[in-house]
Write a protein that binds this ligand. Structure first.
Ligand code: FES
Ligand SMILES: [Fe+2]
Length: 344
């Protein structure tokens, strides 16, 4: 098999692609922890994942023959079946393949909640995925975006959980109108996840939303981190869930992280408007996050000796790192709860 830098984090399912990006009879290459992966969907729409390396001389695989549902290596043409076993060697067609015992590294893969999840770990994968959304389709619309960032996965996870940068980096888009409001935040840490719940407030919203949803809205918001690298943001208005963001921060290689962003919303008659505006807005927000996290990552390398000066409001990022460190060592965090306040 192969080793990754992920250690115990590899023992968790990773969402590596949007399900709709891999159609029938298509293949798709990506990387996770520097390991090249090849995902493909056969003629029956069944999905497969392998480490992108030939059993013969370790060339990357390239050609997928969907007619026979086989993978072929472009170097000497070895062919492999869906289960990863070699089924044809063009230069030695008479060879006893059962004796050769050559096979690709196949990886467990699942499709759920619009995402393709792979498992890089050594043992049996966990029966449950990190995220299971009960009824993701009823009245909900989705927008999906993918963007590569020049930063580490932990700095990116931190960025997506961090509400305090929004009035500055995303001024006018997410927050930044009017005087800051005080928010009580409850932080719950469990072995595999962390949940920061912001107490209900009556924040200002746009006129269009007011027309549909009414005035004096009560807004409740939470940010969650789930092992290994997921951020989930939820917004409820007057106790009705209206908006959700699920973001997988996948370490491609050192200093390169790919974010898969799946935004889900349920604004009734406003859905069609939101569906049009949201991709543009989200791309703008991601571009702003790209710039600041790229500069931050570069600066952290230059000033590697300097320690961060964290305050109470930064507690959740510290805890997120502790959960990940524990998971790398195949240990679990002790559950805890704390409270703090933020002005946003
Ligand atoms: S390296 Fe793949 S067939 Fe030779
Ligand atoms: Fe941001």
């Amino acid at each position: 098999m192969f080793e990754t830098t992920a250690q115990g984090l590899a023992d968790h399912w990773h969402a590596v692609a949007f399900a709709q990006d891999l159609k029938k009879k298509q293949s798709f290459k990506t990387k996770l922890y520097g390991i090249p992966l090849l995902l493909w969907r056969d003629t029956q729409a069944q999905v497969f994942a392998v480490a992108d390396v030939c059993a013969h001389k370790r060339a990357p695989l390239a050609i997928t023959c969907f007619k026979q549902n086989t993978l072929t290596c472009p170097y000497h043409g070895w062919q492999y079946k869906q289960d990863g076993r070699v089924c044809h060697i063009p230069s030695s067609p008479d060879i006893d393949l059962s004796k050769l015992n050559a096979s690709l590294h196949t990886l467990p893969i699942r499709q759920a909640n619009g995402l393709l999840w792979v498992y890089l770990g050594k043992g049996t994968p966990p029966s449950k995925l990190p995220l299971s959304l009960a009824d993701p389709t009823k009245g909900w619309q989705h927008v999906q975006l993918k963007k590569q960032f020049d930063t580490s996965e932990e700095l990116l996870i931190e960025n997506f959980m961090d509400a305090t940068h929004t009035p500055f980096i995303h001024r006018g888009i997410i927050r930044g109108h009017g005087a800051p409001t005080q928010h009580q935040v409850q932080l719950k840490v469990a072995s595999h996840q962390l949940l920061a719940s912001y107490a209900e407030t009556t924040e200002k919203i746009g006129v269009a939303l007011q027309l549909i949803l009414g005035k004096n809205l009560r807004i409740k918001h939470s940010d969650a981190f789930l092992l290994p690298n997921l951020v989930k943001v939820d917004y409820a208005i007057n106790d009705v869930p209206r908006f959700m963001a699920v973001i997988a921060c996948n370490p491609i290689t050192e200093g390169k992280t790919e974010a898969l962003v799946r935004l889900s919303f349920r604004f009734g008659k406003l859905n069609f408007l939101v569906k049009r505006a949201l991709p543009w807005l989200a791309r703008k927000v991601l571009a702003q996050d790209f710039d600041i996290t790229q500069q931050q990552f570069a600066n952290q390398k230059i000033f590697a000796q300097q320690k961060d000066k964290s305050i109470d409001g930064d507690m959740m990022y510290h805890k997120m790192r502790l959960i990940r460190r524990a998971a790398q060592q195949r240990q679990a965090m002790t559950p805890s709860e704390s409270n703090f306040k933020l002005f946003l």
